[in-house]
Design a protein around this ligand. Structure first.
Ligand SMILES: [Zn+2]
Ligand SMILES: [Zn+2]
Length: 179
């Protein structure tokens, strides 16, 4: 999504859009590399407001994604959604009066833009990437796979002796042999 600076007047500018994942290079690459599959376009709801020299862009970005559970390997779908507030300032040629900028204002700025529009692509991409879990879980209490026979323990107990404390030496030998 691109926001034309001239469209941000005194009243907040409210925008929404659905954008194809193909338009987001980092997300497309994740999909190509098989890390996850996106099941919907990227949905954006955005409010842009002028605040003195800054532009405050807040809202939410969401997308449906399919991932493999890191415990049981079953694929599952999830809706990722992230709320954000980003302050944009105009990119300045880094001159001597840079130091003159009030520190309080500088601390707010999380991104810059140049020209006559704010391009949200990089920021929205980053929001989505941050929402993708490093170790996805199909559900919090997922039991994972049996370390001996590989059965999905969410489907019920496979009957293997898995308690580490009760693992006899011969069972350990069997386990190694199976591997
Ligand atoms: Zn799982
Ligand atoms: Zn088992």
């Amino acid at each position: 999504m691109k926001i034309r600076i001239d469209d941000i007047k005194e009243k907040p500018l409210v925008l929404s859009a659905e954008e194809e994942v193909a338009g987001y290079p980092v997300l497309s690459r994740m999909q190509e590399e098989g890390e996850c599959a996106f099941l919907s376009p990227v949905g954006l709801q955005v409010t842009a407001t002028r605040e003195y020299d800054l532009f405050r862009v807040s809202g939410s970005v969401g997308v449906a994604v399919r991932m493999a559970c890191s415990r049981c390997l079953v694929e599952f779908a999830a809706d990722l959604r992230s709320a954000f507030t980003i302050y944009f300032s105009r990119e300045s040629s880094r001159g001597a009066d840079e130091d003159e900028v009030e520190l309080a204002e500088q601390d707010l700025v999380t991104a810059t833009f140049s020209g006559d529009e704010i391009d949200l692509l990089d920021e929205m991409q980053e929001q989505v990437v941050m929402e993708i879990p490093f170790k996805p879980l199909c559900r919090e209490e997922c039991q994972g796979l049996c370390s001996r026979c590989g059965a999905d323990l969410n489907q019920g107990d496979c009957g293997c002796e898995r308690a580490v404390a009760g693992l006899s030496f011969s069972a350990l030998q069997d386990f190694k042999a199976v591997k």
